[in-house]
Ligand binder design. Structure first.
Ligand SMILES: Cc1cc2nc3c(=O)[nH]c(=O)nc-3n(C[C@H](O)[C@H](O)[C@H](O)COP(=O)(O)OP(=O)(O)OC[C@H]3O[C@@H](n4cnc5c(N)ncnc54)[C@H](O)[C@@H]3O)c2cc1C
Length: 384
């Protein structure tokens, strides 16, 4: 009998896993997604796709689509201080533009919306069950199939994979350690159309074909990131109490913009100008993470990928990359050990614990570096 596999979550991890399994196995794969449809919520900004994650997309059968959307020319990095003085400008080298170049500098940018669209489009009709929020996952005994509860129904599967992000419903079946607040929250805003043109004309030296990092050291971090269609995303990360992102009184765009300006009041007027130019869709969010080094005993019918497994802040740009690579590794392990599901899960999780541990440690180290004194000097040293 064909084995039945449920993936909870149609984010990068779940969709990459579903595509890879459909390409390489005869498993009966279903993806459960709470979003009502593909465009139900904004997917966030651009991300650089590392070489190993590109391999994962190749195994998922979507590399051609990836190459169509990848922006190889948008890989510049600029580092400024809060007075908008430039310390580093790394231009995309010609090597970056060669999609076949297998080096660590080959990290083209892609918009997350495009990534979700081509990963969804590649799946056969009906694999994704939109508008289906999973309420609970349970397992009677260690060896029994896992059961998911949704919309008043319950279905059992040979394997349930939690690809359901930060607040996973699947993870608590593997361990009971919850995500914790990282101490850092952010404002997120957009520059589109006329506002981009005006801001670029007025403050050209803070924009680049890639990402500008404005390091205020103990005062926070601003990131100005090019997205497709000549749009930019602007993030301001600050150390804030956990409740800040939920505090009443600063939900309105004008109040958020005023709070943002107040938080960077002694920064360069050019950076105030960028915030004033933002479109009205500004919002705030708190950054959560899991501690690195979590271990658990593998179970044959339950595992996790992506943020459900290794939630981290964006300070090393690893989240989506790790999500895609984990999906690839899990699919490979299920193919290699198709007669022994426990071994497949064990092999994947053994690799995953080590890999996640090193990426989560790097991310935490970067957060500390970006938000503290000496960040510019350390980054210059790193670049050199
Ligand atoms: C501000 C910010 C910037 C970032 N920048 C980068 C970057 O530059 N590079 C990078 O690599 N990473 C970045 N990340 C991290 C990245 O967004 C995540 O690591 C990545 O999205 C994880 O993918 P995922 O598929 O595991 O989870 P998600 O993208 O969270 O997807 C989970 C899916 O599961 C669905 N779901 C959740 N619960 C249920 C349920 N009960 N039932 C059904 N469906 C459910 C959700 O609707 C969602 O579609 C950033 C994150 C943030 C917050």
């Amino acid at each position: 009998m064909t084995k039945k596999l449920a993936i909870i979550g149609a984010g990068p991890a779940g969709l990459c896993l579903a595509n890879t399994l459909i390409q390489h196995t005869d498993l009966d794969v279903q993806v459960f997604e709470r979003d009502a449809h593909i465009n139900a919520k904004p997917q966030g900004g651009s991300l650089d796709v590392h070489v190993e994650a590109q391999e994962a997309l190749r195994a998922a059968g979507v590399y051609e689509q990836f190459a169509l959307h990848a922006r190889c020319g948008d890989q510049e990095d600029v580092i400024l201080d809060k007075h908008a003085s430039k310390h580093v400008h790394m231009r995309a080298e010609s090597g970056y533009k060669n999609e076949n170049e297998n080096n660590n500098k080959n990290k083209p940018e892609i918009d997350r919306t495009a990534l979700r669209h081509f990963l969804c489009d590649a799946l056969p009709e009906g694999v994704i069950r939109w508008d289906t929020k999973v309420d609970k996952v349970e397992q009677a005994t260690q060896g029994s199939p896992a059961t998911i509860h949704f919309d008043g129904n319950k279905h059992s599967f040979d394997l349930v994979v939690g690809a359901d992000g930060a607040w996973s419903k699947v993870r608590p079946l593997l361990h009971t350690i919850p995500p914790f607040y990282s101490g850092v929250s952010c404002y997120e805003g957009n520059l589109r159309d006329a506002s981009v043109k005006q801001a670029q004309e007025d403050f050209s030296d803070v924009f680049c074909n890639g990402t500008t990092f404005i390091l205020a050291e103990t005062d926070g971090l601003m990131v100005i990131q090019k997205n497709s269609g000549d749009c930019y995303k602007v993030y301001v990360y600050k150390s804030k109490p956990e409740a800040w992102a939920r505090e009443a009184g600063i939900e309105e765009p004008s109040a958020l913009r005023a709070a943002m300006l107040d938080d960077i009041k002694d920064w360069s007027p050019k950076l105030h100008g960028v915030v004033r130019a933002l479109n009205i869709d500004i919002f705030k969010r708190a950054m959560y993470m899991l501690p690195s080094g979590i271990m658990w005993e593998s179970k044959p019918s339950i595992t996790v990928v992506g943020d459900a497994a290794s939630l981290q802040t964006p300070f090393a740009g690893q989240g989506v990359n790790l999500a895609l690579i984990q999906a690839h590794k899990l699919a490979q392990s299920l193919v290699s050990h198709k007669e022994n599901q426990l071994l497949a899960v064990q092999d994947y999780e053994k690799w995953m614990h080590d890999e996640a541990n090193s990426k989560m440690t790097l991310t935490w180290t970067n957060l500390q570096m970006f938000m503290n004194k000496g960040a510019i000097a350390k980054l210059k040293q790193f670049v050199a």
